[in-house]
Design a protein around this ligand. Structure first.
Ligand code: URA
Ligand code: SF4
Length: 192
């Protein structure tokens, strides 16, 4: 455990602990407010993210920002965004279990320092690792379950919504559920 956020960032930026370091351009540590009560967890960097070193800045990231902004959440202000793996898997394949197993130490460290009240898993890869190994997005999206004192929710990955726009209303409803939960347990998220 590294007990300082900037030291953790420096450590992750220099990491070569798994094979994903070989193909990366930039490590994507995460972005947003480290004092946020809400964390959003994706899968791993894509092409744009790898080039810029920022999470969710490509097409799916733009959709995600729009949906989060719909319920008053922005990375500049009241959320912290991270990924299961911090380096881009080649050809955007899913990160492999052994890669997740190595990299998740950094996510755990981020969670330990931020101490969020709510964690939102964007898509199956994050949800199966963090919520339930058999998580089915179509059946369990939008539901909150407590784990180690943190409320966990899984929803559609924005890339999946770009492929299947018919799920967008359901995903927006998940965001409204999220807003409701925030107002119940960490309303300071919406303080000016
Ligand atoms: N998809 C993800 O899961 N994470 C990103 O950072 C970008 C796209
Ligand atoms: Fe290190 Fe994670 Fe990148 Fe693998 S994916 S090299 S564990 S930072």
């Amino acid at each position: 455990m590294i007990d300082n956020f900037d030291t953790l960032r420096e450590t992750v930026l220099g990491c070569t602990a798994c094979r994903l370091c070989e193909g990366r351009t930039k490590v994507v540590f995460g972005a947003g407010n480290p004092n946020a009560r809400v964390m959003v967890i994706g899968e791993g960097p894509g092409r744009e993210e790898d080039l810029r070193g920022e999470p969710f800045v490509g097409r799916s990231g733009q959709l995600m920002d729009k949906m989060l902004a719909h319920v008053g959440l922005t990375r500049e202000k009241n959320i912290f965004i991270a990924n299961m793996v911090k380096c881009r898997p080649p050809e955007n394949r899913d990160p492999r279990p052994d890669e997740v197993e190595v990299c998740i130490q950094y996510l755990r460290n981020q969670v330990a320092l931020i101490r969020p009240k709510i964690i939102v898993c964007m898509g199956r890869v994050a949800a199966i690792s963090l919520i339930d190994p058999n998580f089915k997005v179509t059946q369990q999206h939008g539901q909150f379950n407590e784990k180690n004192g943190v409320l966990m929710m899984g929803t559609y990955h924005p890339a999946a919504l770009l492929r299947s726009p018919s799920n967008k209303p359901a995903a927006l409803q998940d965001m409204l559920n999220l807003q409701q939960k925030i107002m119940e347990i960490c309303p300071e998220t919406y303080a000016e």
